[in-house]
Design a protein around this ligand. Structure first.
Ligand SMILES: Nc1nc2c(c(=O)[nH]1)N[C@H]1C(S)=C(S)[C@@H](COP(=O)(O)O)O[C@H]1N2
Ligand SMILES: [Mo]
Length: 393
């Protein structure tokens, strides 16, 4: 893979970047080099987000897709795409052990453009704050994925009537180094697993997945928190109960079942698992801080998406939400792809400082709030409006 290289030993161990180029056993990867322009939030595990202006493409380029790791990357030396196997076991009549070639030859291959977003995207803006990666707006992207439908594979394994949930496992390494521990193992109800867009994929944008994004095989469970989309996928354990792997319980990827005042200690039994993500949008052009000529019209554009449903409209405001201007919104190329919106703003009478605010509304008429929505202990599901600064000269 082209992104490999860089001798980590030459850099001071204390520097964030030096640690970041370390994966296991001396194998090195330089995330900053393989994903230029992304913001490194942490190096152990490696976490990187994408500034909104680098997300302007309809199809997010692989080198611009954010990275969210709970553990350490599997050692690339141990990965052989030809003998990688995926086990399907548990509540199935016919347990399967499939190579990537088996997946390619035994099932229909499909390509879909679909959004992946971390459940913690926007965490940074909650008060009181939550521990974890301080994502701002960029833990999201919409690449084109190629693979097979998870449901075709589950059908081949023949689900038993007792099957209620999936449990996903990957080859990444727990931060402790303990091979018995999984950094993260989440799952979804069978109804979501057999939804036709839930996929097992080996390619992003027509090429092998980058190691940082799950090479050689991963799940894509679109519309739900990215954590459901297991990377370096090795096993799907079909369960007869809600999966109880690491990060399925407690405060992980769960929110209070009722609204709570900010800062509340919520008992575990009152937390519920996050399913569909809320409506959201980004301003991807121009870049924040841009200077425009106020005598000319100016193009403003971005994307919008809404979990399991679609976006109905996107409006922008140039006056802090006092009045709103409708934008032109395109339909998704396929379900779960983000939708392009754009608008030309007329010449402005007054020079000075402007903010552009964007507000998407989903098909149920639910819009993005101007500020953080319901507080929750781990800072999930912040779909507040994105804003950028603009100077009219
Ligand atoms: N095996 C494994 N899969 C994983 C994770 C992980 O830590 N290990 N992180 C999850 C989380 S929390 C997110 S948001 C997505 C991020 O996918 P990306 O890094 O390709 O953007 O991967 C998910 N899949
Ligand atoms: Mo995530």
């Amino acid at each position: 893979m082209a992104s490999m290289g860089a001798a980590s030993a030459l850099l001071p161990a204390s520097s964030l970047l030096a640690d970041a180029i370390y994966s296991q056993q001396g194998e090195t990867i330089d995330p900053a080099q393989s994903k230029p322009g992304l913001t490194l939030l942490g190096d152990r595990p490696v976490n990187m987000e994408t500034p909104p202006h680098l997300l302007d493409d309809d199809i997010t380029p692989s080198e611009r897709l954010f990275v969210r790791n709970n553990g350490l990357l599997p050692d690339e030396k141990d990965i052989n795409i030809h003998d990688w196997t995926l086990e399907i076991d548990g509540e199935v009549e016919n347990p399967l052990s499939l190579s990537i070639n088996d997946l390619k030859s035994q099932f229909k291959v499909v390509t879909k453009r679909m959004v992946i977003e971390c459940g913690g995207n926007g965490r940074r803006f909650f008060t009181p704050g939550a521990s974890g990666n301080q994502w701002t707006f960029g833990a999201v992207g919409c690449p084109e994925w190629t693979g097979v439908r998870l449901r075709d594979v589950l059908n081949a394994a023949k689900l038993k009537p007792s099957a209620v949930y999936t449990g996903h496992y990957g080859a990444d390494i727990h931060l402790s180094g303990d091979p018995e521990k999984a950094p993260l193992s989440r799952g979804v109800p069978i109804s979501k697993a057999i939804e036709e867009h839930s996929m097992i994929v080996w390619a992003m944008n027509g090429e092998d997945l980058p190691l940082l994004n799950g090479y050689p095989l991963r799940l894509i469970i679109p519309g739900w928190p990215g954590s459901c989309s297991q990377k370096w996928l090795t096993r799907i354990w079909v369960r007869d109960q809600i999966h109880d792997g690491p990060k399925m319980g407690g405060k992980s990827y769960r929110v209070p079942a009722y609204p709570v005042p900010p800062g509340t200690k919520v008992p575990d039994e009152d937390m519920k698992i996050i399913e569909s993500m809320p409506v959201k949008s980004l301003i991807t052009y121009p870049k924040t801080g841009t200077k425009i000529n106020r005598a000319e019209t100016t193009t403003i554009r971005g994307h919008a998406w809404a979990g399991d449903i679609a976006v109905q409209s996107v409006d922008i405001s140039l006056n802090f939400g006092a009045t709103w201007i409708p934008t032109k919104l395109s339909p998704a190329v396929n379900k779960y792809a983000w939708q392009r919106w754009s608008v030309e703003i007329p010449p402005l009478h007054q020079a000075g400082y402007y903010e552009i605010w964007a507000r998407a509304t989903d098909n149920n008429g639910v819009a993005q709030p101007p500020t953080t929505p319901g507080w929750n202990p781990k800072g999930y599901l912040n779909n507040m409006q994105h804003r950028i600064a603009m100077f009219a000269l």
